[in-house]
Design a protein around this ligand. Structure first.
Ligand code: CA
Length: 422
């Protein structure tokens, strides 16, 4: 693993006080965020380095273009500087945080109003986990092969809506939409089958000019980092609208991301070969042939709580435990395919993985699959049942990486509470 260096060492330590073994943000992580008042920040334990302050105080020293990008109010300019600059800045941050203490450049994370960390120009959502695609195919097309003929040949995706991407903690309003009851004409009403989708998002760091392709050789190096993504979905709107052009209003009211971008550099110890193909799968075409370490071994889990449970301090119920190793297509393959026509990607664009479902029931990444379209409801500790999300429900996704010989790093949380339709 050529990308591993002293910043990933188990022995690395910081002068910032870090309590507890489950700390998501040890010095080996250094994820990026943006807050409303202070601009760009980097998390360390329960604190955040304010880049403007650290640069103005001379604790971090960079060439003018880098310093200017780091003092901006979004990460786009820094992302556009490319992988060598990202690594250089990571090394400088590591030196500062493991060297002479300078607590004046820190702010407690709890005091920050974190915002979407980049101006997202374009957002594309894929459908890259075959177990999710297979389950959905079985439900909606029970008489045919659950996977469409193209599924194992190319990463299927659709162009989403960047304007509705919101930060963790933002409320999610139940959408209205056109619904088609089985026994009547279409109606316009609040969505009744509101769902979540456990996904990951990849921020594009350096893009490509129109007409140029990004090849598998360096596709991962164009990625700046990853976030947790919840692609809230209105299943009843989706069912009526999706043919022939795919999802539209079912997906454009809110998609929530976690606030901290964990960089590809920080994920170096958690990369694996793959994605694995199963026996009998067709070979992928050459432009999608994976490299040796395209897969990220990231664990994720989903939990739910009702308003009543939170009021009575009842612990949330875990719904799903999954892993990014369940993706049939890697982010590198998604990016290589996306740009295979010469489609330009820009710094700050976001690509979503699609729902990350595994083979077992407890690894299904949405309620559509977990309750099998509502036919297998489950009980909450407050005595109520769920087929789909009700008003007041809070959904939280957490994610982390751990492996022998590496320090555990985490992504924090991606959560949202459902508000009634208005
Ligand atoms: Ca999705």
């Amino acid at each position: 693993m050529t990308n591993i260096d002293h910043t990933h060492s188990l022995a690395a330590n910081t002068w910032v006080p870090c309590e507890g073994e489950r700390n998501d943000f040890p010095i080996q992580n250094l994820p990026w965020g943006v807050c409303e008042k202070n601009g760009i920040v980097v998390a360390i334990c329960d604190q955040a380095v304010v880049l403007r302050k650290a640069i103005d105080d001379g604790k971090l020293q960079f060439a003018d273009d880098i310093a200017c990008a780091l003092k901006d109010d979004s990460l786009n300019a820094f992302m556009s500087l490319g992988k060598d600059t990202w690594k250089h800045v990571r090394h400088e941050l590591f030196s500062m945080l493991s060297g002479e203490p300078c607590p004046e450049v820190l702010c407690p994370i709890a005091s920050l109003q974190l915002i979407v960390p980049a101006k997202i120009g374009d957002y594309t959502d894929f459908y890259a986990a075959r177990n999710h695609a297979t389950n959905v195919g079985k439900m909606f097309r029970p008489d045919s092969d659950p996977l469409m003929p193209n599924y194992l040949h190319l990463p299927v995706g659709y162009h989403g809506r960047a304007s509705s991407i919101i930060i963790s903690g933002s409320e999610v309003r139940r959408p209205h939409g056109q619904l088609k009851p089985d026994d009547s004409a279409p109606i316009f009403a609040p969505c009744k089958l509101l769902d979540y989708e456990l996904e990951f998002g990849a921020f594009i760091g350096s893009g490509n000019a129109i007409g140029n392709r990004i090849s598998m050789d360096d596709a991962t190096e164009h990625l700046f980092g990853l976030v947790i993504l919840n692609d809230w979905s209105a299943r009843d709107i989706q069912k009526w609208e999706y043919q022939p052009l795919g999802p539209f209003n079912a997906k454009n009211f809110a998609s929530t991301i976690s606030p901290w971008i964990v960089t590809i550099d920080a994920l170096a110890p958690f990369r694996q070969p793959g994605p694995a193909r199963l026996e009998g799968d067709p070979a992928v075409l050459e432009y999608l042939l994976p490299m040796a370490d395209d897969v990220f071994d990231i664990n994720c889990c989903v939990s739910i709580s009702s308003e009543k449970m939170r009021n009575e301090h009842v612990a949330s119920l875990q719904l799903t435990k999954s892993s990014l190793t369940n993706l049939t297509w890697s982010f590198a393959q998604m990016l290589a395919h996306h740009t295979s026509t010469g489609c330009p990607m820009k710094s700050g664009d976001l690509i979503g993985s699609g729902t990350i479902s595994g083979e077992t029931k407890d690894s299904r990444g949405c309620l559509l699959e977990l309750t099998w379209r509502g036919t297998e409801p489950f009980d909450l500790p407050d005595g109520t049942q769920r087929r789909f999300l009700l008003d007041g429900d809070e959904l939280t996704i957490k994610a982390w990486c751990e492996s022998d010989g590496a320090t555990r790093i985490g992504f924090g949380a991606c959560s949202g509470i459902i508000l009634p339709a208005n």
